[in-house]
Design a protein around this ligand. Structure first.
Ligand code: C5P
Ligand code: MG
Length: 190
């Protein structure tokens, strides 16, 4: 089973690349951001809990996010593997994922980080905001806060998996096809 963490700052292309990887490798794409947006769209209890954090570009509390992730995996166990997109976002989320997978005799196969600089990210997200309908994509100060949160809370997850030699970084600039090829090169080595 492949348990791939697709990593990188907001706007680095994780969702775009995950959609292509799913076709090639027959994996289930789990985007915690998409799951939150679905819950918010349906005005569920979970959506209400997440909304205030997402609006500010802050992280939803670990317990909420981890619970949601586990439910999604458990409801879709009959797959060749998973692409985790936007999760784990914190060290406690990474630790919880490791325990959760080990209970299934599974483990994280690799973490692949898409490397994109801050100014490119801001431009990409503002551009995406024109069509995404996401309030958190349409305000530059919120976008910059998301980048700061990524640096302080999320980027340590790269180092966490580097300890077991699972973290790799690829250049996230260039055409969608070029980046996809770089990703496939890494995945085919697993
Ligand atoms: O992954 P994505 O950028 O779509 O996530 C959108 C927002 O959802 C994040 O800015 C954050 O507020 C929230 N989120 C979170 N924890 C996660 C994933 C997303 O708090 N693991
Ligand atoms: Mg995304």
């Amino acid at each position: 089973m492949i348990n791939l963490i697709l990593f990188g700052p907001p706007g680095s292309g994780k969702g775009t690349q995950a959609a292509k990887l799913v076709e090639k490798y027959d994996l289930l794409h789990i985007s915690t951001g998409d799951l939150f947006r679905y819950e918010m769209g349906n005005d569920t209890e979970l959506g209400k809990q997440a909304k205030e954090f997402i609006a500010k570009g802050e992280l939803v509390p670990d317990s909420v996010t981890i619970g949601m992730l586990k439910n999604k995996v458990n409801a879709n166990s009959d797959v060749a593997g998973y692409i985790f997109d936007g999760f784990p976002r914190t060290i406690p989320q990474a630790e919880a994922l490791d325990v959760f997978l080990s209970e299934k005799n599974e483990s994280v196969s690799a973490l692949i980080a898409l490397d994109v600089d801050d100014e490119e990210i801001v431009q990409r997200i503002l551009n995406r905001g024109k069509t995404s309908g996401r309030p958190d994509d349409n305000d530059e100060s919120i976008i910059r806060n998301r980048i700061e949160v990524y640096k302080s809370e999320t980027s340590p997850v790269f180092d966490y998996y580097a300890q077991s030699n699972k973290s790799v970084k690829i250049n996230g600039l260039g055409s969608i096809e070029d980046i996809f090829e770089r990703l496939c090169d890494k995945i085919d080595q697993l």
